[in-house]
Write a protein that binds this ligand. Sequence first.
Ligand SMILES: [Zn+2]
Length: 844
Amino acid sequence: MLYRLLLLVLCFGTTVQAQDYFYKKFHPFNEAVPSPQEFLGYGIGEHHTRHDLIVAYLTKLAETSDRASIYQYGKTHEGRKLVILTITSPENLSNLDDLKQQHLAFTDPSKNVSNYGDVPIFINLAYNVHGNEPSSSEAALLSAYTFAASNSPEILKYMNDAVVMIDPTINPDGRDRHTQWANMYQGTPNVTDPQDAEHNEYWPGGRTNHYWFDLNRDWLLAINPESRGKLKWFHEWLPNVVTDFHEMGTQASYFFEPMKTNASFDPIMPKENYEDLNNMFGAEFAKALDSIGSFYFTKEVFDGTYPGYGSSYPDLHGALALLFEQASSRGHEQKTAFGKITFPFTIRNQYTSSITTVKTAVANKAYMYKYQQDFFKSALTNAAKKKIRGYSFGDDYDQNRTKAFIDKLLVHDIDVFTSGNRYVVPTRQPQYRMVQTMFETYSKYRDSVYYDASAWSVANFYNMKYRAVTNLNMEEKIESTDDLVTVVGVQKSDYAYVIDWDDYNAPAALNYLQNNGLVVSSAFKPFTVKVGANSKSFNYGSLVLPVSLQKKNAQVVYDLVQKAQKKYEVPTYAVNSGYSLKGIDLGSRYIQPVKKVKAAMLIGDGTRSYEAGEVWHLLDTRMNMPISKIPLRNFNRTNFDKYTTLVMVSGRYNLTKKQQEKIKAWVRKGNTLITIGTATKWVIDKKWVKEKLTNVERDSLKKDSTIVVGRKPYVDAGENLGKESVGGVILKADLDITHPLAFGYHDRSIPVYKNNTVWLAPSKNEYATVAKYAKNPHIDGFITKKNMEEYLKPSASLVVSKLGSGRVVLFADNPNFRGSWYGTNRLFLNALFLGDKINIPARD
Ligand SMILES: [Zn+2]
C-alpha cells in the first residue's frame, strides 16, 4: 500500500492535489477504484478526453466498483459506443429490476401507489450533446468517479436514495472532432490569445453529429441513431430528473434554470414544472456555486418551448429537465474581459451542478415522485375534458411517408391503431401531451423572441392530412412498422413497368435502377393503362421502364425491378400494352428518359452546415446516393463539368466575379443549380437570375418616405428587433402540381417550414412559380404581423428561373429541415432528379 501511494506521488506529483480542486470534500475514496487521473495518466482539465477513453474509464468503474454497471444503448453514425453508467448502492444495484418496477408504477395512471418516499429517485445525468462544449463530459468522469468510489457519508446517502444514470457523451462523433482539434493545437504553456487556432475550430466544428445535425433538436424528430437509442432507453426508464450540460460564449458566466419567463409559457406543460420545480432546484445551484465563488445568471435567456431539446423533452414525460450553460474556455485556457478562463474551472462548475442535482433530487424525492404521478394522471384527466377523442390520419398515395410518420409516433411511445384504411391516435392515453405535440397547432403566442422554432406540429412535417375526431374506431394496435407497407409483388412483363412517383421511396428506386444500368423515363402527363385485368391511373411523374429498349434482357430487367421493389417497397406494375385507356400513351413525347444525376454541393466556411448536412443525410441514408461535398477552399481547382446538379445551401458566399462566372457558365450549359434559403437571396442579389425579392422594393420605398422616426426605449431594442427574425413557422403553400418540381403531390396545399427572412417574389414568368404561400398561410408558430402581412403574404416559396440552357431552382424555404420534413423533401428530390427536364416556357 505504501509502495502504491509512493508511486502515485511520484507519478503525479502535485497534480494529485490539483484534482482535489474538484472533489476534496468527498474523501475518502475507495482505493480499489481508479480515479480519472490514475486511469488516463493525466489530470482532468489538462487535456480534452477522447470518447473511447471515456467509455473505457466508465467500463473500468463498472469492473472495479460494486455500485456501478454499464449499458450500451446505441452506436453513432461513425460507430462510437453510446453508453450509460448506472450507479447506486450495491443493494439497490442487485435489486434494480424490482426498483425499476416500483419506480415505473408512478408513471402508470392506472396504478395508485403512494410509497413516494420509499423508492430511490432515478436521475439521468446527461452530458455533451454539443460536441464542442467539452467541460461537460470531463465533469461526467468526475461525477462517475465520485458516485462510484466516494465513501463520504453524503455520497453514501445519495447512493441509497438515488439511482444515478450517467450518459457521459450524447454526441461522441462531434465531441471527438472537437477533442482532436483542441488537443492538437494545445501549447505548452497554454496560449490564451483568443485568436490562436486552439480557440477557433474550422467548419463544421464539433457541435453537431456526423451529418452535422444538432442533436439537441433531435429528441422530437428522432432522425439520428444517437437520439433513437436514447429515446428507447428513456422510455424504458422514465427518469425523474434529467440534466443537459452545455457551454456558451467565453465572455459569459454560468446559466441554470429557471429560463426566460415570457417565452416559456407552455400551453401543454404543467406550470408547476417551470415555476415551482425550477425554483426549488435553482436555489440549490445558486448556493453551491456561491460556495465556490462562481458567478451565474438565470431567467434572462433561453426558453424551453421547443419540445426537442434535452432540457424540454423529459419535461413532457413527468420529469424535471435541467439546462446548464457554462462560459466556454474553448480550448484549455483563454483570455476574457474578466481575466482568464481555464478548462478546469469550467469543469468544476459543471461537476458542482451535477452533484447538486443529485443532492436536491434526493432531498425532494417524495415531492418529485408525487409530481411524476400527477403528471401522468393529469394527462388522462386533461384529455377526458376535451371533446376531441383522437386524430385520424393517413395518405392513400404514399405508404412509406405514412410509415415514417407512424415510426415517429411509436418512438415517442404513443399508441396508434389501425382504423379502416386509415390510422388513429387516441387522445386519452398517458402520452397525451406528446399527442398534442404531434398534432396541435397554435396561433396565439406571447409576443417574444424565441430561442428556436415556435412550431413543431410534427404531422405537418410529414404533410400528413389529419383531422380531429370525436368518435373513435380503433382496430388493431400497431406495435411496429415492419409490415406496415403492403405492396403487391410485380409480375413479369416483356413490355413495360410503371412505378408510382407518389411514394416517398420512388426516387430511391429510380436511383437504384439507374445505377444498375436501366433507362427509366418520367411521365409529364397522367395516363390510365390496363394492369392485369384492371385499369389503373398514374399521376404526373410516374416512372416508365420500357423493357425492349433496355440493354439487358427481359429476365434481368425483371430481376432488377423486383429487387428495387423489395428494397424500397414501392408500388410497381407490369404493363403489356403502350396504348392507354386515358391520357398519353407510353410512347408519348411526354414520357422522357431521366438523366442520371451526379450531384455536388458547396461546403465549408460561410455555408450553413445544418442545411448541408440535411442534404447529405437525405441522399446518403434515404436515397443511397452519393453527393460530392466540394470544400469552397478548393473552388478554383474544382471541375464542375463532372456534375449535373450543384446545391448551394444558405450561407455567405464570398465568391469573386470570376468564380461566380465559373458556376454561371456551368449552369448555362444545361445544368441545374439548386439554391436554398439565403443562397437564393444571394444569387438574386448577384443578378444571376431575373427574379426579385419582395421586400427590396417596399423597403426602398419606405426609406424615401420616412422622415419622422419614432423613439423607443434603448433597453427594448434586442427584444423588438429579435422578434422580427423568423424562428421557425409552419405555413401553407399552394403548389402547381403539374410542374415537374411538384410531381408526386396530389393536393395543391402543402405545409412548408420557414425559418429565415428570404422573401422571394413570385416570378414574372407565369409558369415558374411552383409554390406560393396561400391566401391565409398561417398553420403553426410565431410570426409578427408585419412579417406576415408585408413580406410573407405576397411572396413565393419555390421558383425556378432560367439561366442559359440551364436553370436555377430557388427554394426560399428549407425543404429538408432537420431531416424530418418528409412532406417537402420531394420538392428537393424532384429538383435533383427532374431538374434538367424543366423547360421554362419563356416569352422574353
Ligand atoms: Zn450547447
